[in-house]
Design a binder for this molecule. Sequence first.
Ligand code: AP5
Ligand code: MG
Ligand code: ZN
Length: 214
Amino acid sequence: MNIILLGPPGAGKGTQARILVDHKGMVQLSTGDMLREAVAAGTEIGKQAKAVMDAGDLVTDEIVIGIISDRLDQPDVSGGAIFDGFPRTLAQADALSELLAHKGMALDAVVEMRCDDEALIERVVGRFTCAVCGEGYHSTFKTPQKEGVCDKCGSHDFKHRPDDNEDAMRNRLLVYYKETSPLIGYYHAKGALKAVDGTADIDVVTAQIAACLT
Ligand code: AP5
Ligand code: MG
Ligand code: ZN
């Protein structure tokens, strides 16, 4: 099964994708994570993307489509792909349709995660992740069971994203409404769209997504 998690910044795409990876053995394809890896590694793509990402704007369609195309060539995607943060423009959505058709993969569902803006800002500003395994946390909504220790890997090292501040986040929201929200209509017209209440508790959202995938 191959699915898209579609929703504004902070909607919980990464959180739910990681749960699906653990429960269903699917693979998470997060263009945001891949771009942050490229920035950290100092590659040419990373150098082009860094300032754009920090400001909360979109990197070019060409770059992200190239990244996803390469990733879909790896054998682990046969376990089921979760597209997290891709596609984000109509051009990316068209490119994904072509890539999937070319590779003989289906798109089984597009799950829209609905949230209101103020909740999203609070979530993103409070977010931090494990620097070793990438597990996501929140200073109020999802703290590590033992303070300062990652639940998943035991690391003591955590990090904050440079774009998780209020200014960049307000721009990310604008960019979402302008460039990405038209995909809701696009996938509705294709008959693939399902919606969940992204403001519910994390485990409630997980159950709603599971219901969309049956
Ligand atoms: P990306 O990394 O995709 O960021 P985003 O879309 O802004 O989304 P986030 O990762 O911020 O949110 P999320 O939905 O994953 O939420 P999370 O689960 O972490 O993109 C970053 C940048 O890269 C872009 O701005 C752009 O520059 C570039 N980029 C990436 N893809 C691109 C593309 N395709 N095209 C062009 N440019 C691209 O949850 C957030 C917080 O809330 C966490 O702390 C979590 O613990 C908490 N939380 C989650 N669910 C709940 C809940 N139900 N209740 C309470 N708290 C919750
Ligand atoms: Mg994310
Ligand atoms: Zn960890």
